[in-house]
Design a protein around this ligand. Sequence first.
Ligand SMILES: NC(=O)c1ccc[n+]([C@@H]2O[C@H](COP(=O)([O-])OP(=O)(O)OC[C@H]3O[C@@H](n4cnc5c(N)ncnc54)[C@H](OP(=O)(O)O)[C@@H]3O)[C@@H](O)[C@H]2O)c1
Length: 323
Amino acid sequence: MPLTRLVDGALEATVALSFGRPGSLVRSRMAHWHEPDKGTGKVALVTGATGGIGLSIATQLAAADWDVWLLGRSETKLASACSQITARQPNAKVHALSADLTNLAAVRSAAKYLLGETERIDALIHNAGAMSHGYLRTVDGNEQTAQLHLVAPFVLTHELLPVLRATAGSRVITVSSGGMYTQRLIVTDLDPTPADYDGVKAYARTKRAQVVLNEVWATYPQAKGITFHAMHPGWVATPGLSESLPRFEKWLGPLLRSPDQGADTAVWLATAPEPLESNGQFWHDRRIRATVRLPGTATPASEATKLWAWTEERALLSGAKST
Ligand SMILES: NC(=O)c1ccc[n+]([C@@H]2O[C@H](COP(=O)([O-])OP(=O)(O)OC[C@H]3O[C@@H](n4cnc5c(N)ncnc54)[C@H](OP(=O)(O)O)[C@@H]3O)[C@@H](O)[C@H]2O)c1
């Protein structure tokens, strides 16, 4: 076995070193990672691009000469994110797309607007995410975390299918979380009552469900020609982490990755040729990873089918298969 594989496996076994900064530093040096090749003319849509990992993904793609659409819910934060990118790269082609993912009508109208603006999308990157410690219900009637991580991305992918299909080599990338390893998918758990809501569990369950949906999308006949990838960024110092898990952030301190390190695999999945050779896989640090680490957390095929039907119903897309 090559040394890089052995070291990668040893890091993986420790979890903390793999998810933390050492994993990124060691793997990037041993495997000689390089920056993405120029992608002039290519187009990306990055959700949650106003800060943290999403802003870094958008910045790295813009630096590789991609046309980048930043989706966010705050006009002010969108304007600031675009100017942060153009301050570093004056010729960057960045555009703001405003939509709150907790409102499906807003998601649909953003997708419609984008379809009028571009004839290609090479990478759709579902990065927006949050852990909410209190139970919240969206205007569409879904628990907020489930809508943000599952239903809204499902609607967005579905609405953009025509242009994704029309773009050779297009990819849909979902930023999940290593937290998903702690939970088994039980679809009925995606509708917690306010009384039994637990923000950390809701986050991990929806992150597990993202990985399962990614696998189903890869087999979906109407998405033929599009490649689907899920990944986890490791533990990353971002505004989201400070807000949702301040004690965890303090405890990990210098072990946390930078946003650029957390964004690396998503950018590589969008830009490199190798990821086109597989579909529906789960990645970390540019390598396919197992989706199950703990006993009892594997997903039976029947539960995956149930999840697809649940998401389709919540997305009000029961006719999705005929598109
Ligand atoms: N940081 C980590 O250690 C870590 C670990 C594993 C996975 N992840 C995943 O990585 C992704 C990015 O996280 P991050 O740490 O970079 O978090 P972050 O700093 O909080 O960034 C999250 C982004 O999502 C946006 N967003 C949240 N709710 C939204 C909504 N309703 N509509 C539209 N945009 C919304 C945020 O916009 P606002 O600024 O307007 O809220 C922000 O741009 C998430 O999916 C997260 O689950 C992060």
